[in-house]
Design a protein around this ligand. Structure first.
Ligand SMILES: [Zn+2]
Ligand SMILES: [Zn+2]
Length: 244
């Protein structure tokens, strides 16, 4: 009897690679060897602002952060949004592969736990989905990641600060200009939070989302939080686009 003995559950729901979704052979760790070989981690040099990988080690910021004023303080991401991880994220959002979040959380913490702790955040805020979309999907993928990080780092999650007031079109269908237009006014602070905001003493927040592309979502949310008295807004994303 080996310690990798399969249970009945493993036959009904065999463990799958969180990236390509293939069934894993008995005793193999996640992800599968092929995916481990192909997946692209963000490594240094990274942009000091948005965390994207940059090519020139003598610059501190990516091209986008040099020309754009961001409202957030700083952010990090684990992978470049390309190749196999794209499919993994797609399954995570649209094919009910909620269990992929475990792998994402593990990797976020394995690489960035020290840095995240140094932020000394008071609260974690997942980027909200519109309630209609969340009901249809059955979950908010950002919230799954937020909950895992919260448990590990003992920073509370608060889902009652930000809401999505407009059910926007999926960002992936749009170009940069359309993204910003699509998002303007799509988020708001909740009435409950606004009422309490003069007295709240939480000043540092971590926003969580699955993908960072232009940063439009992060900036809109960070701006709202700043206007309500937050001083530092960080973010954690699973994936990010490439910097220049
Ligand atoms: Zn795989
Ligand atoms: Zn940047």
């Amino acid at each position: 009897m080996g310690k990798n003995k399969r249970t009945i559950i493993d036959y009904i729901y065999p463990p799958r690679c969180p990236i390509c979704d293939d069934i894993l052979e008995e005793g193999k760790n996640i992800p599968c060897l092929r995916c481990r070989h192909h997946i692209r981690y963000i490594t240094s040099p990274r942009c000091m602002k948005c965390g994207k990988q940059i090519e020139d080690e003598y610059t501190e910021y990516c091209y986008d952060c040099l020309k754009t004023k961001h409202y957030y303080t700083k952010g990090i991401a684990v992978w470049s949004y390309q190749d196999c991880i794209k499919q993994s994220i797609y399954n995570f959002k649209y094919n009910n592969k909620r269990e992929n979040s475990k792998f994402y959380i593990n990797e976020i913490l394995r690489i960035y736990e020290k840095q995240i702790r140094q932020w000394k955040a008071d609260v974690i805020i997942p980027i909200p989905l519109h309630r209609i979309r969340e009901r249809r999907r059955g979950y908010n993928q950002a919230r799954l990641i937020a909950d895992g990080i919260s448990r590990q780092l003992e920073i509370p999650v608060n889902n009652n600060i930000l809401i999505r007031t407009i059910n926007t079109r999926p960002q992936k269908e749009l170009n940069d200009k359309e993204r910003i237009k699509n998002l303007a006014g799509a988020f708001a602070l909740t009435d409950t939070f606004k009422k309490s905001h003069t007295s709240h003493n939480i000043k540092k927040a971590i926003l969580i989302d699955d993908i960072y592309t232009t940063g439009a979502t992060m900036d809109i949310c960070a701006k709202l939080l700043r206007e309500s008295g937050f001083e530092e807004i960080y973010y954690i994303c699973v994936c990010t686009g490439k910097g220049y």
